[in-house]
Design a binder for this molecule. Sequence first.
Ligand SMILES: [Zn+2]
Ligand SMILES: [Zn+2]
Ligand SMILES: [Zn+2]
Length: 272
Amino acid sequence: MAIYEPKTTMPAHPDLAREQITALQTHGSKQTRLALLSDSQPALTNPLLTCLICIHPYHAANVEGNIETPVMTACGHIFGNKCIKQWLEQDNGGSGKTCPMCRFELKYRECGCVIKAVPAFGTSPSPYLVNSDPSPKKSLTIHTDPTPPPRITASEIPLRCCRCEIRRVVSAEKERYDDLLFELYDDRAALMERISALKELAAHEVDGEETLLTQTQMQETRVQNQEALRLAEKELDGVDKEIEVAQELRDGLEVEKTKKMEELKARSGWFL
Ligand SMILES: [Zn+2]
Ligand SMILES: [Zn+2]
Ligand SMILES: [Zn+2]
């Protein structure tokens, strides 16, 4: 019977605890495991194995009990997901939102939102199974991370993130509808005034106070007024319909915004 012989010998990692090595082997990506097998660099200075912000290897709990996974910034540097998130959220004395390694500005030029880091490696070696359906059937989905997009240069950074852009467009559209509605309500008020004037005129005529006109002239005026009233009422109907449509479109913008924001959640890449 052949004796089991491991194909590769793990180099000694004096700077890592046994559990840390096991965690890196078990949960690490192909790149992480390859880095673990090479002893060219101490593990605690190797960004493929260790978060260089907290100097703690990935996939094993650090002193605060946090387990980090490696993520990549748009400038191509790799850190622990929690540390870089926290770093980019705080001010750091004016150096916030820059890469701790190369000082690349990880923010949009105009809105100033952070360009978030993405999972550093494409597919994990043992794609983890996640129960995506709470029903008893328990359908299991294999989750693999998408390969990070290519690094970017400062000139490629858009003015605004997608979220701010959506908000901007929606609020401009809302303003446009508000202006339109304002005009329509103005038109409506003018029409109402005209209609009530015409109605008053008609009532006046019925009183028979228009003594200077002949019967024929009175009849003609009455017909003209009725026609004017009919047109004004028709116009009012039209304006009311326009108001209804504009109001509906304005209300729909909020739904549209929510939908677009949801779509963003499903997207991956630097610019979201
Ligand atoms: Zn860290
Ligand atoms: Zn960097
Ligand atoms: Zn933004």
